[in-house]
Design a protein around this ligand. Structure first.
Ligand code: SAM
Length: 255
């Protein structure tokens, strides 16, 4: 029988490969691995060292505090990978100096076959790693102690764009940001909790009204919280109609 091969394989190269165990043991990512929609391997960088102490970092040239990760073990892993798979992978370097990660990049990366994350620690990896790197990516304007959490964040977001990973792909399409608008608010039972009621329209069973309500909420939230997204958005006719209705409601409320 032909075994299914994942369309997207993640590899994380790290001195703390154990960190990925929990990430792979829960939720959508775990199910996707079980269904072989995606693949994942945590690689111990120390397996690619050659000295007795399995050294992966050293003092930096020019002085200054903080250790730097040595470049040779990463190159050794890369060479072994190319030899084993016969093709060049796409290499991502998580770094606060990289381009900011977003949904567009997640979608783009979901179409690559083999994605490797080089996880830095200390002051980062020796600059010469850049020869192997396709994408330098930051997950936000703050500094973490290692590239493992950024790699997990990216793998989670990227895998959602692999067909079949999220049961109902509509929910991926409707997620915040994906359509250029923030997601509308969601409610579940009970209808009333401590005096807080679910908006009446959601109980009406009128799908058209529900759809319009959700669209208006998305538009309002985006305009208020993320004017940058709102100004960038190429609104559809339906969305423009919803904006008109929001304005009408505002005018009615003001009278
Ligand atoms: N000296 C580095 C700098 O200022 O750019 C920071 C190094 S940081 C302490 C160690 C590692 O954590 C980095 O090599 C990178 O892999 C990861 N890292 C930290 N913050 C990150 C972020 N915002 N996005 C992606 N990776 C990050």
């Amino acid at each position: 029988m032909n075994e299914r091969k994942p369309v997207l394989n993640f590899f994380a190269v790290s001195i703390f490969p154990e960190m990925f165990k929990i990430f792979c043991s829960f939720g959508i990512f775990k199910k996707a691995l079980e269904k072989k929609l995606i693949g994942f391997q945590a690689i111990n960088l120390r397996d690619y060292t050659t000295d007795k102490h399995r050294t992966t970092d050293d003092y930096q040239y020019g002085g200054s505090h903080g250790m730097v990760m040595k470049v040779e073990p990463f190159f050794r892993f890369y060479d072994a990978f190319v030899e084993k798979y016969g093709e060049k992978p796409t290499v991502i370097l998580p770094t606060p100096k990289g381009r900011l990660f977003n949904n567009e990049l997640a979608m783009e990366l979901s179409k690559k076959g083999n994605l490797i994350f080089f996880c830095g620690r200390y002051e980062g990896i020796d600059e010469r790693i850049s020869v192997l790197v396709d994408y330098e990516v930051s997950i936000g304007d703050y500094v973490l102690s290692g590239g493992e959490l950024p790699a997990m964040v990216m793998m989670d977001a990227i895998s959602r764009f692999v067909p079949g990973v999220v049961g109902d792909f509509r929910s991926v399409q409707e997620d915040s940001i994906t359509m250029g608008l923030l997601d509308y608010p969601h409610y579940t039972r009970p209808e009333e909790f401590r005096g807080l009621r679910v908006p009446e329209v959601l109980l009406s069973g009128d799908h058209k009204r529900v759809e319009l309500f959700r669209l208006k909420e998305s538009i309002k939230l985006t305009a208020l919280r993320r004017p940058d997204l709102f100004l960038k958005k190429d609104f559809t006719k339906q969305e423009k109609m919803a904006i008109l209705e929001i304005l009408r409601e505002l005018l009615d409320g003001a009278q």
